[in-house]
Design a protein around this ligand. Structure first.
Ligand SMILES: Nc1ncnc2c1ncn2[C@@H]1O[C@H](COP(=O)(O)OP(=O)(O)OP(=O)(O)O)[C@@H](O)[C@H]1O
Ligand SMILES: O=P(O)(O)OC[C@H]1O[C@H](OP(=O)(O)OP(=O)(O)O)[C@H](O)[C@@H]1O
Length: 239
């Protein structure tokens, strides 16, 4: 058996993950040609690198097909129901920062807070005959946030990309999406609600509660020592 660790297969998340492990004596690299999703780990025995889409890592952890995985804290919370039952956060990695926010058109001068949005949503339904539409790919996080704020008079519209454009294209009235520099929001004439912060995300090293740890306990202990991590007592009995 080997301990399988899932890492984003491309872009900044992959490079920064390689950097984080490399700084702790665990060298990760892609192998083969540019398009081949194969990887290798040096500096510790018994660890297998699995290159995956960041969005699929939560599901692979929950299924126990990988033991450890690096992905955004937003993706784990959105893709897994009751995520703390399925995975454990071993370490925040200090990169991949992005805020999941709720935003409305800048020209909605009376809407600055979630309460204002609630009032606007009720008025919108009365005048348009259908619920105000919020475009997002983060369905679970947005629903949970709005439920906690007592907002119910809306509908979610699925948007898997270019979400800020949905308002201009009239497929939604508001959006919930990731922002980092704020450039895309500004360019699309959208403003973040004052209390519209849904989740502050960053890349996190997660461990799967359901992975078959038996046989990999030694490797896990050695890796945790190398990375300077404390393992939660209930993750692997005896580790
Ligand atoms: N500016 C940003 N834009 C989008 N995602 C960002 C940004 N900054 C950090 N992130 C984080 O990166 C992660 C998304 O990564 P990525 O887009 O590679 O995933 P993905 O959608 O699964 O990719 P793909 O399916 O194309 O492989 C999320 O956790 C997100 O919070
Ligand atoms: O605040 P900013 O620095 O402008 O970044 C935010 C934008 O970046 C992401 O989009 P991405 O480029 O990943 O494309 P997408 O629209 O396909 O998700 C995100 O969905 C926002 O649209």
């Amino acid at each position: 058996m080997s301990l399988r660790i899932g890492v984003p297969s491309k872009g900044r998340l992959m490079e920064k993950t390689f950097g984080w492990f490399g700084a702790r004596g665990v060298t990760m690299a892609r192998t083969g040609n540019d398009r081949e999703y194969a990887g290798a780990v040096d500096g510790i025995a018994g660890v297998e690198l699995v290159l995956l889409s960041a969005g699929e890592i939560p599901r692979e952890l929950a299924a126990g097909r990988i033991h450890l995985g690096v992905t955004g804290s937003d993706l784990v919370r959105d893709k897994l129901a009751d995520w703390p039952r399925q995975v454990v956060e071993l370490a925040p990695l200090g990169f991949g920062h992005a805020d999941l926010i709720l935003a409305v058109p800048c020209c909605w001068v009376d809407v600055e807070t979630v309460d204002d949005l609630d009032a606007a949503a009720a008025a919108f339904r009365r005048s348009h005959g259908h619920r105000l539409r919020i475009a997002t790919k983060y369905h679970r996080l947005v629903r949970d946030f709005l439920t906690a704020q007592g907002v119910a008079d809306y509908q979610l519209v699925d948007s898997q990309g270019a979400t800020e454009g949905t308002v201009k294209h009239q497929t939604a009235e508001a959006i919930a999406d990731i922002t980092s520099s704020g450039e895309t929001l500004r360019a699309n004439h959208l403003k973040v609600l004052e209390d519209g912060m849904i989740h502050r995300s960053q890349a996190v090293l997660f461990a799967a509660r359901t992975a078959p740890w038996t046989g990999d306990t030694e490797t896990l202990r050695a890796l945790a020592r190398k990375l300077g991590l404390d393992l939660p007592g209930d993750l692997v009995p005896g580790a």
